[in-house]
Write a protein that binds this ligand. Structure first.
Ligand SMILES: *Cc1c(COP(=O)(O)O)cnc(C)c1O
Length: 387
């Protein structure tokens, strides 16, 4: 069988623009040092912010749960896949987020799909930050709602768009990441939240902030004291919590609606109970050991300062995600390769993940990195820049 021409042409076009992506095989567990193609490298390439993906107590919780529950959940949640482990995890998440309830999905991507498409429909309009995560854009498309994108982090522009839709029939929703996944900058929640008083439903995606920001690690809304009026929060179990799964934390009614309406909840198999038990243990550790997130954010601050002192463009990063913006995709690839030559794995991120002209290296720190690791990275970047 021969592939149609367009497939090869598409791949060739990506290649010639420096945009073709390839998988990299990793031969070890997550951590600051990982094995890539048989070689151990210092990695700044995971979302394992609190080092919980390979934490002994989390591993043990997963093993114990497998012994109790087996591996597969064997059914969707609404049939027979909803175990006591799922219910306990949802209760823990609701307590963590101070909401009436929570609903767990197989991934954060699916949580976004389910939430937006359950709350918005064809008659509604959704305002979205231009740099929101792709899963939110896919979710809006699935909902059939009218999409209005506002310039990145521009609350005044969002208000302007809202004005244009005042008095129209249907609901108005505003959706934003709190910590942006590719820039590491934060949404102006205090400036955005007043829309809630006008009856706008506010959905926030705390995927990168959960476990990291706020006095109890609940997220950026907690850190800013700006949680009042949020209709629903999305979080993931797969980043700071080091596992797999996503969740929505909201009122009991919103959560009941999701169980009845969210297609990505209804028409898919439940997470394994063991994934739920591992997430509960990870959440317990994240809350009991605040020094993990404190160390992470302190190290991130020093790293940002060191990079700026060397003249690197780190955008508006204010988190553990620190981009080094270099412009063209070929340049980002060349610098990533130069880092790899020095034993450092830091991925090049290119369009369509980021806007054209802003290709970058995306540094993501974890609490398991040391100050020495960060210093080594800064030196290696300075060297890679001169190639
Ligand atoms: C990673 C991410 C998601 C998806 O979460 P997964 O659990 O990986 O599917 C959703 N939103 C944002 C902002 C993310 O960065």
């Amino acid at each position: 069988m021969t592939d149609p021409d367009f497939i090869r042409q598409t791949l060739d076009a990506l290649e010639s623009q420096g945009l073709r992506r390839r998988l990299i095989e990793v031969g070890s567990a997550a951590g600051p040092h990982i094995k890539v193609r048989g070689r151990t490298v210092l990695a700044f390439a995971s979302n394992n912010y609190l080092g919980l993906a390979n934490e002994p107590r989390v591993r043990e919780a997963a093993k114990r749960a497998i012994d109790r529950w087996g591996w597969g959940a064997a059914a969707s949640r609404l049939v027979s896949g909803h175990t006591e482990a799922h219910a306990a995890l949802e209760a823990d998440l609701a307590a963590f987020k101070h909401t009436g309830a929570a609903v767990v999905f197989p991934t954060g991507y699916m949580a976004n799909l389910g939430l937006v498409s359950a709350l918005a429909g064809r008659a509604d309009v959704v305002l979205a930050d231009r740099e929101n995560h792709a899963s939110l854009y896919d979710a809006i498309r699935l909902s059939g709602a009218r999409l209005e994108r506002y310039p990145h982090c521009d609350a005044a522009a969002a208000m302007g768009v809202l004005d244009e839709h005042r008095g129209r029939p249907g609901n108005r929703l505003l959706v934003t990441d709190t910590v942006f996944s590719m820039g590491g900058d934060t949404a102006p929640l205090e400036a955005l939240m007043p829309v809630h008083a006008e009856g706008v439903l506010v959905l926030v995606d705390e995927a990168h902030a959960t476990g990291v920001f706020g006095p109890t690690g609940a997220g950026l809304a907690e850190a800013l004291g700006a949680g009042e009026g949020i209709t629903a929060t999305v979080g993931t179990l797969s980043k700071a919590l080091g596992g797999i799964g996503g969740f929505v934390a909201a009122s009991r009614e919103v959560c009941q609606l999701l169980v009845n309406r969210a297609r990505s909840f209804i028409y898919t198999t439940a997470l394994p109970a063991a994934a739920c038990e591992a997430a509960r243990e990870a959440l317990r550790i994240a809350q009991a050991e605040p020094e993990r997130r404190q160390r992470l954010l302190q190290m991130a601050k020093s790293l940002r300062q060191a990079l700026q002192a060397k003249g690197f463009d780190i955008g508006r990063s204010a988190s553990q995600i620190v981009p080094v913006i270099v412009g063209q995709p070929e340049r980002a690839l060349a610098m990533a390769a130069a880092l790899m030559d020095q034993g450092i794995f830091c991925p090049a991120i290119r369009p369509p993940s980021v806007p054209h002209g802003t290709s970058r290296l995306r540094i993501s720190l974890t609490s398991e990195h040391t100050e020495d690791d960060a210093a080594r990275l800064v030196e290696a970047l300075a060297h890679a820049r001169d190639i």
